[in-house]
Design a protein around this ligand. Structure first.
Ligand SMILES: [Zn+2]
Ligand SMILES: [Zn+2]
Length: 300
């Protein structure tokens, strides 16, 4: 998996930064997290292909996170898409999309599969991964995301399997799927005899917009790549509290509590041209912190 930030600015775009949008790429599929205005332009700049968009996850209904959605859907339409597109978001995301297309007097030739959530729990169960959400602490309802690959079975030890009498290739598959098998001489071979230890799937977490809260910590628990909003520096801690945002130091504190392997800050107030002092304030709280750069591919 890899992550490309398409926008990192809070509230308004700047000449250097777009509005919130993150592309998570996994095995040829693209999952978008938030879709601020002009995300589709950044999407093109990043060299991404519209045909690969598998799902869009929206955190909340503030304009800087959703105003890019109608345009992006129209571009998907222009590619001739027919495959269904999943959109996950807070309550009213469906109404927002429907109202836009109704008032624009246009429709989409591909079906949208929209689900709305305001409570913690799984929202997508795929054979390779799961996605769960939890309500965060913002001015309006906002949900954070945890995208977790399922663990991979350990490596299959062919030599040991053969030595134990497993010769039929179909039995190899059953063992790899975790099933015990019976071989010709009647003995049972269990998966743990021929499989190495499970390999942990990668975990991506995205918490925006929010004050520091327990839900973010849970979503980011031991994540390989945790994204947390960091709208303000310490001098604006009061503004962060009032407007439902976090300072860089608070975001780092959440990353430390979550034991995220890597914490990447985003959603920066346009007042900060240079982000160095945000990192200087964040680092004493958690060393594994960095600031997001747009259009740079970051492998998990
Ligand atoms: Zn925002
Ligand atoms: Zn917001």
């Amino acid at each position: 998996m890899s992550v490309i930030f398409l926008g990192t600015s809070a509230g308004q775009p700047t000449t250097k930064r777009g509005l919130s949008c993150i592309a998570l790429e996994r095995k040829g599929e693209i999952f978008l997290f938030d879709c601020g205005e002009a995300s589709q332009i950044q999407f093109r700049r990043a060299g991404l292909r519209f045909g690969r968009v598998a799902a869009i996850f929206i955190t909340h209904m503030h304009g800087d996170h959703v105003t890019g959605l109608p345009g992006l859907l129209m571009s998907l339409q222009m590619t001739g898409r027919t495959a269904p597109l999943r959109i996950v978001g807070p309550k009213t995301i469906g109404e927002y999309v429907e109202a836009n297309f109704r008032l624009l007097e246009s429709g989409l030739a591909f079906p949208l599969v929209i689900s709305e959530h305001d409570a913690a729990g799984p929202v997508l169960e795929h054979e390779d991964y799961t996605v769960e959400v939890a309500p965060l602490d913002h001015r309006i309802p906002a949900i954070g995301y945890r995208f977790a690959e399922r663990d991979f079975p350990g490596r299959f030890d062919v030599e040991t399997a053969l030595a134990l009498g497993v010769k039929d290739p179909r039995l190899f598959g059953a063992l790899q799927r975790g099933q015990a098998v019976t071989v010709d001489d009647g003995t049972t071979v269990r998966p743990e005899q021929v499989l190495g230890p499970y390999r942990r799937g990668k975990i991506f977490a995205y918490c925006a917009d929010t004050r520091p809260c327990d839900a973010s910590t849970r979503l980011g628990r031991e994540a390989d790549f945790m994204v947390h909003e960091s709208t303000f520096a310490d001098d604006r801690a009061k503004s962060a509290e009032v407007s439902g945002h976090s300072t860089a130091a608070q975001a780092a504190e959440v990353g430390r509590r979550a034991e995220a392997r890597r914490l990447v800050l985003t959603h920066f107030s346009p007042r900060y041209d240079n982000l160095d002092h945000l990192l200087i304030e964040a680092r004493p709280h958690y060393a594994e912190v960095e600031a997001a750069h747009e259009l740079v591919e970051m492998p998990l």
